[in-house]
Design a protein around this ligand. Structure first.
Ligand code: PLP
Length: 460
């Protein structure tokens, strides 16, 4: 077997991929007849594949990650400088970029206080699950151990994170799931479950309280929610929802865990998605945009009150958070994250996100006038979705296959868009857009023009 790869020979690379790589989220049978896609270069909003084809990336690296765009030499330099000075030491000790980024991050998160590093969104969420369970053991005789999660939300790929996931197709065939996670209903007003009530946001929050009362408030330690549901269909919260959810949690002594893995670090036009809705969380988790994919880093951020619960008895050998993430000690992550945040500040990317997000939403609304197949458009900042339906009156979802044809048509035009996929049986019908926060007016228009053309061709 030839194991040496000549990097100058792209056929060789593609062949090595075909023979040995196991791609994420992909059924591989198709690679018997078509080449796997290999992305070789990126600059700004654009990436080039192994055939030399240029693509405008409307999903920031496929999964809403590269918030500051590709080819940022200053991040690469910051990482390089850090690696040659000090690449790694277990996070039981501190590091210079670890301290500096923690302080900078907390400056953006009034009310929050402590940063725990690990290296994926799933892992950041698992830390919270462990903290909540440990709090239950230490403060509530083990009773308040259950964690609520919401239909359609996603919190990661590990078994416990999947157990906290509201997307049945992601969890199917990976059971049995971890006990102690309890589902509450989604809050998508377009798919109203409460018979056209005027106050949908409150009704959706009340539905959470009904689950709490059914399970017993003294058994529930926390609720884990995305501020805006991402892969479950870009679900922006209805009016009045978060106020009521917070009120319910306060009354029942339930901690609030906000999963900012997608929304965090600018995506919604605020530093954090929860800040759009006046939420006061106990835990915030983040990953993707923290270093825009230039290094692997995730953060579990808590209040000082939560942190205090883990240091109250120094004589008890079990009274602290007995957890380690080996690569949570990689100094490249916070070094990249610091520079990533500087770029967002110095280039006013939050303002740009708000302005370009508004343009994208307006473009999608205009497309809605022309294409009856668009049933609903939703979004905040550069985080938008368009739900496709067979019929606006019945809201029957378009088949996933058709939605994927739209994605493929855009790809053929050189524009990469996303869609809910293999997540929600019968409801994988939302196109998803999350361009980098550097998008210009012409990028935004190119994205909506591509969708316009694709909808023409796929639906006539
Ligand atoms: C909201 C949300 N939380 C958590 C995760 C898991 O993050 P990771 O893939 O880094 O483990 C994802 C991934 O898409 C996500 O969308």
């Amino acid at each position: 077997m030839n194991t040496s790869i000549n990097p100058n020979d792209i056929r060789d690379i593609v062949e090595a991929d075909r023979m040995h790589l196991w791609h994420h989220l992909v059924q591989h049978r198709m690679f018997e007849t078509v080449d796997p896609r290999v992305i070789v270069e990126g600059r700004g909003m654009r990436v080039w594949d192994a055939t030399g084809k240029e693509h405008l990336d409307a999903v920031s690296g496929g999964v809403w990650t590269v918030n500051v765009g590709y080819g940022r030499e200053s991040i690469a330099d910051a990482v390089r400088d850090q690696l040659v000075r000090m690449n790694y030491f277990a996070n039981s000790a501190g590091s210079i970029p670890g301290s500096l980024f923690a302080r900078k991050l907390i400056e953006k998160m009034p009310g929050m206080s402590r940063v725990y590093y690990s290296n994926s969104g799933s892992e950041a969420n698992e830390k919270v699950f462990k903290m909540v369970r440990q709090i239950a053991h230490r403060k509530h005789d083990g009773r308040k151990y259950k964690i609520l999660f919401r239909e359609r939300d996603y919190h990661g790929t590990t078994i416990a994170a999947l157990s906290a996931g509201g997307q049945p197709q992601r969890a199917a065939q990976y059971g049995p799931m971890t006990p102690g996670f309890v589902e509450v209903p989604h809050c998508l007003e377009y798919r109203d479950q409460y018979g056209g009530t005027e106050n949908y946001g409150e009704a959706a929050a009340d539905a959470i309280e009904q689950v709490i009362l059914r399970e017993g408030p003294d058994t529930i330690g926390a609720i884990c929610l995305e501020p805006i549901t991402a892969g479950g269909g870009v679900i922006t919260p209805p009016k009045g929802y978060w106020e009521k959810v917070q009120d319910i949690c306060k009354r029942h002594d339930i901690l609030i865990h906000i999963d900012e893995v997608v929304c965090g670090v600018g995506r919604t036009g605020a530093w954090f998605g929860y800040q759009n809705y006046g939420i006061e969380p106990d835990f915030v988790t983040m990953a993707k945009g923290v270093a825009s994919g230039y290094a692997a880093i995730s953060c579990t951020v808590t209040t000082e009150a939560v942190f205090d619960l883990f240091k109250d008895d120094a004589n008890d050998p079990l009274s602290y958070f007995r957890d380690i993430s080996t690569f949570g000690g990689c100094a490249a992550g916070p070094a990249a994250a610091l520079e990533n945040m500087r770029i967002i500040e110095d280039e006013d990317l939050l303002d740009n996100t708000n302005a370009m997000g508004e343009r994208l939403m307006n473009n999608l609304r205009t497309l809605m006038e022309k294409h009856k197949v668009i049933g609903d458009v939703r979004g905040k900042g550069l985080f938008c979705g368009a739900e496709l339906v067979v019929d606006r009156a019945t809201k029957e979802p378009v088949e996933e296959k058709k939605v994927q044809e739209v994605v493929a048509d855009c790809m053929a035009q050189g524009v990469i868009i996303g869609a809910t996929n293999r997540s929600l049986p019968g409801f994988n019908n939302t196109l998803c857009l999350s361009p980098a926060l550097i998008a210009t007016e012409s990028d935004i228009d190119a994205i909506s023009n591509a969708i316009d053309g694709a909808l023409d061709r796929v639906f006539g």
